[in-house]
Unconditional design. Structure first.
Length: 136
């Protein structure tokens, strides 16, 4: 998903990410991190949807946050290239019928969808990989 040839801070340009559950520990910081790297990030919580972005064609140096009145998770999932869930309930399921190109973006086996995301190199120039699991 990362464009390694793009300049640092623009490697997720033209990617749309949805993060479900805007916790202060994972959801909100991850939305800021991905938005600062050029992604358009929908942050979905029980009450509302916020959009983290750097403007049209990355016009801002730092991300901005906008309220998206009327939008729900059902509206933003079909637009998403990456979906990350952090809902602390074993009963929550992402409505997979709303995910575009699910088979092309992840690997599905044994009822578990694995989505690999590559994060930018850390200070020691190592790549970190994060595998996210969502039971189907």
């Amino acid at each position: 998903m990362y464009d390694e040839d793009a300049p640092y801070g623009n490697q997720l340009h033209d990617k749309t990410v949805t993060i479900i559950n805007r916790s202060e520990v994972v959801g909100r910081p991850l939305a800021a991190l991905l938005a600062n790297d050029g992604a358009k990030v929908y942050s979905v919580d029980i009450a509302d949807v916020l959009l983290f972005h750097r403007g049209h064609n990355l016009q801002f140096n730092k991300y901005r946050v906008e309220d998206c009145p009327g939008l729900k998770v059902e509206d933003v999932l079909p637009r998403s290239d990456i979906v990350i869930t952090g809902v602390p309930s074993p009963n929550y399921r992402v409505p997979i019928e709303l995910l575009k190109g699910l088979q092309e973006k992840g690997v599905c086996f044994d009822g578990v969808l694995l989505i690999k995301l590559l994060f930018p190199p850390c200070r020691r120039s190592r790549r970190r990989e994060l595998c996210l699991r969502q039971e189907l």
